[in-house]
Design a protein around this ligand. Sequence first.
Ligand SMILES: Cc1cc2nc3c(=O)[nH]c(=O)nc-3n(C[C@H](O)[C@H](O)[C@H](O)COP(=O)(O)O)c2cc1C
Length: 387
Amino acid sequence: MSLSPIIKSYNCHHSHLLNQYRGVGTPKIHNGDEQQQQQQHTNTPILFTPIKVNDIILKNRIIVSPMCLYSCVDGEMNDFHLVHYGSLAKSGCAMIILEATAVLPNGRITYADSGLWKDSQIEPLKRIVHFIHNFGCYTAIQLSHAGVRGSSEIPFIQENQQQQLLKDTIKTWDTWNPNTMTLNDIKIVVESFQQSTRRAVEAGFDAIEINAAHGYLLCGFLSRTTNSRTDEYGGEFNNRIRLLLDIIKVVKIECCGSGNRDTNHNSSNAATEIPIFVRVSVVKEDIHSMDECIRLCEILKREGVRVIDWVSREPERVRATGILTSTVGNITNGHQAEQLLEQGKADFIMVGREHLKNFPLFTYNASKDLNVNINGAIPQYSSTFRD
Ligand SMILES: Cc1cc2nc3c(=O)[nH]c(=O)nc-3n(C[C@H](O)[C@H](O)[C@H](O)COP(=O)(O)O)c2cc1C
């Protein structure tokens, strides 16, 4: 990729952002594995050490975990999302993964989910991405199909969280499940992931995340108990991962950049210009085992996926496969995040709820915990933050 928009903006209009680590020296850029050795020779906590993912350089290791806001109309984001994600970007995190965004209308969890199944949904996202970029923060979008978990009520409207709604022509739809989907339905899903990726790239996203976790459609195909198909998409491990691999293949085509979609980029393990992340979870040891997940991560690495967004325990086992790995779950402060990185469990820290509880100050508070000065990230507020 030519100079990314972020680096350009650093160089042109936001050169002050380069000073955000002042007091701790020039940040070194690491490629995952080098981090522990390098840290012994520098005072910069790993959490605030930049890291390269393909052509983008994240300024620290803090990523906002994808979190549904259930506030869209017909899949379109609006001013609420601009302010929400914009505030998080100002807080100093390196990347925000925008919430689960449905590749098809029947791939939404609720009728108020974000979507990228049609071109008119690109423009509102473009505005948000552009705004986030002004703060030296990168963007990813999580593309998802909810499968059997779709057609639900908005959790904060109904106490009984995410209960499926009774038939209602406006708010509900027939959900797809791995066992009843026809080969044509599968083809539609694969094509939809490709088209949604094309739209995400057009909106300016810096990375694409595929959601294969949390019991949604792709996770449903991976699992031995929820997938009882007898064709090439069910049964043995290689069949159950086939849908995800089909999707990765077409997503890669769109992530290779316009005018550069040559066959080399489509071959296994070729670095796509726009990095692909995959969110993976172990559902239960007996149905979607840790060993199978690790095998899956190895295959995803070979297929050119750059980051595994691992939402289960033992992230170090994923990282041992040599793929960039993130960990998430109950991380509430800088010390805890730094410890996970120091122990070599992950390359990135994703933080979900703590970003909302201390909205939007998680990164700022973590910098205080670790005695790093990032005040320059929000120069307009720096007088307030000076101690
Ligand atoms: C309100 C809310 C919405 C969420 N939406 C998504 C989502 O869109 N996609 C996803 O993969 N996970 C989603 N999650 C899970 C989070 O990304 C994260 O993995 C989880 O909350 C654990 O991290 P935490 O302890 O830092 O919150 C959501 C969590 C919350 C609390």
